[in-house]
Design a protein around this ligand. Structure first.
Ligand code: F6P
Length: 328
């Protein structure tokens, strides 16, 4: 290509800015023109007079690598499910002489990327979501930062839970995927980790809290993934209703929510953003597209978007067992 565009889509993730910077400067280094699309697919299909697609020069992506979120803005765009709307997006790019697009985002965004690819645009996806649920990448851009934010929050909750002899029930994000819950639970030594992929009944959660109390602990931590059968509020309500006497600890619920998305990118996410962004441009340079850029082991690899979309990467459930054993 002579000119490419880049957009970020879906939930923002720390490291997206580094990826934007890497895509932009790697492409400029090849003498290509680069356009940044604001607000994801919504910006791509917006009427040109709204000015959502504009040139990016090297200085435009200066000073952003250490900032969380995405300087391009992001959105979840329903219209993008419509083939005609996508065709408008492709036309908007063509009018600028752009014939290739880099889509930085998670599951839904890569489904959109694949649809654009099917309609003839050269598209490369970059695996980026805090949820780490994308097939095609061992770890997705932004997950490490979100985990660090969540672990830091749970460490703080443990301090006050311990002072007050309480059980802290903490809900983490992840949509339908329990990866954040599992990793945070293991990293914080939680008594119970409740996930969509590994439900723990309220009765069993109560028992684990009781066990912690009887072992002389001053607190108990329960990590609940938002996609679990009962969210944190619902679980706490059941524990209060049916297991109040038994549990002994007073309970408090914390929903970490969007705090998990706003962290400053960790070194790991900065490195991943740089490597993914540069790799996306290498792919386009050799005529490879319709693929997702991700990490396998320590290698940056590509997987056809067709093999990625509509799937959820399975969890390593051995880690659930490990977390349980280690928390005894
Ligand atoms: O996909 C990232 C994510 O943060 C999920 O963990 C969560 O379910 C969802 O986005 C929240 O979306 P929104 O920011 O649109 O409320």
């Amino acid at each position: 290509p002579k000119a490419i565009a880049v957009l970020t889509s879906g939930g923002d993730a720390a490291g997206m800015n580094m990826a934007i910077r890497a895509v932009t400067r790697s492409a400029l280094a090849r003498g290509w023109a680069v356009y940044g699309v604001q607000e994801g697919f919504a910006g791509l299909i917006a009427p040109p007079e709204e000015g959502k697609i504009s040139r990016l020069e090297a200085r435009d992506v200066g000073g952003i690598l250490g900032r969380g979120g995405t300087v391009l803005g992001s959105a979840r765009c329903k219209d993008f499910h419509d083939e005609k709307a996508r065709a408008r997006g492709i036309d908007n790019l063509a009018a600028l002489g752009v014939d290739a697009l880099v889509v930085i985002g998670g599951n839904g965004s890569q489904t959109g990327a694949h649809a654009l690819h099917e309609q003839g645009l050269a598209v490369i996806g970059i695996a980026s979501t805090i949820d780490n649920d994308l097939e095609g990448s061992d770890i997705t851009l932004g997950a490490d930062t979100a985990l660090n934010v969540a672990v830091d929050a749970v460490d703080k909750l443990r301090v006050t839970a311990s002072s007050h002899r309480r059980a802290s029930i903490v809900e983490v994000m992840g949509r339908h995927c329990g990866y954040i819950g599992l990793a945070v639970g293991l990293a914080t030594g939680a008594e119970a980790i409740v996930l969509p992929e590994n439900d723990v009944s309220p009765d069993e959660v109560a028992q684990r809290i009781v066990n912690a109390y009887e072992r002389g602990k001053h607190h108990a931590i329960v990590i609940v993934a938002e996609g679990a059968r009962h969210n944190a509020q619902a679980l706490a309500a059941i524990l209060e209703r049916d297991h109040r006497e038994r549990v002994r600890f007073d309970m408090r619920v914390t929903v970490l929510g969007h705090i998990q998305r706003g962290g400053t990118p960790t070194v790991q996410d900065r490195l991943l953003g740089a490597r993914f962004g540069a790799h996306a441009i290498e792919c386009l340079a050799r005529g490879e597209h319709g693929v997702l850029v991700g990490l396998r082991g320590s290698e940056v690899v590509t997987t056809p978007l067709a093999e990625v979309i509509g799937k959820q990467k399975p969890l390593d459930l051995d880690l659930v067992e490990l977390a349980h054993v280690l928390a005894q």
